[in-house]
Design a protein around this ligand. Sequence first.
Ligand code: AMP
Length: 291
Amino acid sequence: MKTIKTIEDMQLKQDELHKEQKSIGFVPTMGYLHDGHLALIKEARKENDIVVVSIFVNPLQFNQASDLEQYPRDFERDEKLLIEEGVDFVFYPSKEAMYPNPLSIDLSLNQRGDVLCGATRPGHFEGVLMVLTKLFNIVNPNRVYFGLKDAQQVAVVDSLINDFNFNIELVPVPTIRESDGLAMSSRNVNLSTYERQEAYKIYQALLKGQKLIKASNWTRQRVLDEVESFLKHTLSGEIDYVDCLTYPELTREITEKHDIIIAVAVKYQNARLIDNIILTPSGDVKYRSES
Ligand code: AMP
């Protein structure tokens, strides 16, 4: 595996690879890799000649300085994992390389951005849109891999690709969980022992919502009440949001034709956790991981 640190080198390399008719699968990450990231990489490995992973903790998408500071980092450990997965290139730029000058253009969302993390983390998706637009132009991939743990991000990337005509296929990958059901996240290391022990209940709450939808005769409000009341009674963390929306449009008017997302965010002392479940109109799980 080769580590590439400059934008120029990455652009030269992808240009060379495209001239050789090689397909490029790209997995953007913020590092501190876990099995969730590795699932994306494995998928990319199956479907492309070349796999590029980026590791960049994007300051623009953090709306709290403390969250950015506390974000775990360990490039040497990540490098070893990437080598084991047979990754060809890791793009590891500095903040100065990515943002050398104040930006003269802003990107913002007209749709899919005013709910969930878009509502509770002002500026977050604007930062995501900016870094991904830059990374897509730098890496010029044929396919990009994103995890459904960040389902709103997948919906936003879908809009970005369509609105800006990126010639890129978006591949969503199901959420990878710990054995007790907690969604894997780089932020989980910032949980206290007590918080970690109870955090699996976030997924249990989502399953309670699913049960209601499967039993039919449900309403959006009943799902919200059920999930929120379970979380309130079983978690010490603060509920940031609970919502139930159409997916991927992320609107509140759910008909029998819509796929449905139930999504939650919980704030702990040093980590904010998000999780979701995406269901077919009849309440079955829409995306399942193979493992
Ligand atoms: P991050 O490093 O947190 O920005 O995540 C990089 C990519 O990995 C994003 O597309 C995430 O959605 C994805 N990802 C993170 N955690 C998981 C997980 N538990 N299962 C599947 N994908 C994940």
